[in-house]
Structures are given as C-alpha cells and as structure tokens.
Design a protein around this ligand. Sequence first.
Ligand SMILES: [Zn+2]
Length: 286
Amino acid sequence: MSDTNSSDFVQSFYWESLPLRGARCRVDGVFQRVLRDVQLPHSVRQLLGEIMVGLALLSSTQKHFERLILQAQSGGNLQLLVAEFLTGGGMRAYARWRGDDESVDLATLPEALLALTVDMGLDRDRYQGLIQLRQTLTQSLEAYFLESVQAPAYFRLMVDAEQGIAGGYFLQRLPGVLTTEEWNTATGFLAVGSDRSLLLAQPEQFLPEIFPNVGVRLRAPEPLQFQCSCSRERVERMLIALGETEVEETLATEGSIQVTCEYCQTVYRLDASEVAALFAAGKALH
Ligand SMILES: [Zn+2]
C-alpha cells in the first residue's frame, strides 16, 4: 500500500567545474506515516527520522538498484532501526526497541553497526557496506563514506519528531581537485543557521552563494512517498517457509495466526481452515 504526499522529495545538485555534489530532501509525509501507529520513545522517533533522511540523501548517490536498505542494529535497547528505499521513491521504516531506559545513546550501545545494503533486484547481486556505529547517525553516515566509499561526505540531518519534520542536506567530495578550503567553505555554509531556516531556504538562491564564480545545477526533485511491500501473499510464503509444524503449534495455542507488518502495522489473520488450505496447496505443488 502507498500513501502519497506530494511535498516529500529528494533533489540532487552539483557544481559545474568542481568535484562536488550534494542533495537535499524532505520526508515529512513518510515520517509522519511511519510514526502514525507506533509507540516509541522520543529518542527512537528522532532516530527513525534521521535514518530516513540519511537514506533519502544516500539514494541520490546510487544509480542502479531496486532497493536500498539502511539499518542500524545493536545488542542494546535499540535492537534495530531500518529504512528502505525503492526505485520510484517508495520509502518505509521501523524501529525495534526494548527496555525501560527511554534514552538511546548510540555511543554506548553494545555491538552497534550501521549497514547499507544495495539490492540490485532478482538474480542480481546484493552488496553491503558495514561500519561500526558512531556517536550519532550523522557521524556514522560520514564515517560510512570515508570507510566504504573512500570519499568525504557531509550530512546535516534535521528532524523534529514532535512536529513531524524530517529533512536534510548532503555533500560529497568526488575524485578531482577540490581544496580543503573549498570543502570547508561548502560544508561550513550548510552547517550554519537553525534547522528551520535551512529547511525553508530556497536552494536556487543560496547554493550559488557558496561559490559565486562556479555554476551550480539543481536536478528536478524526485517525489518520495510511503510504500510498504507487505501483502497477504508474502505472509503466506513466510508461513510456508516456517513450516507446517510450527504454524500448527501457534494455531493450537492462539486459535488463529496473526501477523502484523512491522513497517505499516497491517494485520494479516489466518484461521485454521485458511492455514489448512495454505499447506494443502503447498503439498499439491510438490
Ligand atoms: Zn506493511
């Protein structure tokens, strides 16, 4: 299912004679939909927004993919934070969190990792870049670029979970001659000011101010929307993969099989006769 919110977008830009590119995004609509039916501590809601903004910005650097998955995981109270981006701009995300301590300190989470998976689609490769999670998601994304892409990057993730605002800016240094001073000028330009002022600023007006003598080109914004790929068919396939014995055991104790999609909270229910039909159909195929 998908919800459209025409205000969500990712837009990339580049300088004509400098090895420097970037992107900006707003994912308020997707963020609000992701938060709509879930109960999560404020710090986790904030992180969910950040990982979605980070992924939307990252998508501008990937040409060939069917699905991008950015996830942070740990052995601590924040077990999983995951965002997905599909070609066409569909996005979804969720967090799995446990414990009584409502604050999440990324720096002290045990076995904390950040991974970007690029899924090229059916029958093709899938590759993953993995790094240790840093103190913040911003630092982690910048470290990901240095370690996995061998290119410096700058991220500014601007999220207000209370207001349902999520947006950001990103810069990437490309191979070629760009002085440290030029890099510092560009990143310094995006680092100043309040989140609100930067989110409201018109990029056509302020990006050319960074290097007044170099042309900057903005590509057309690509619309983004909430999209979940769950379906009854996928749930049935998952149950078949689990095996008849295990599903029958759950059925015996629970009375029915109930599977809730962690991304969109859609509930899929199968009663005893539907479960029987499912495994009968599976057997007929063999
Ligand atoms: Zn779903």
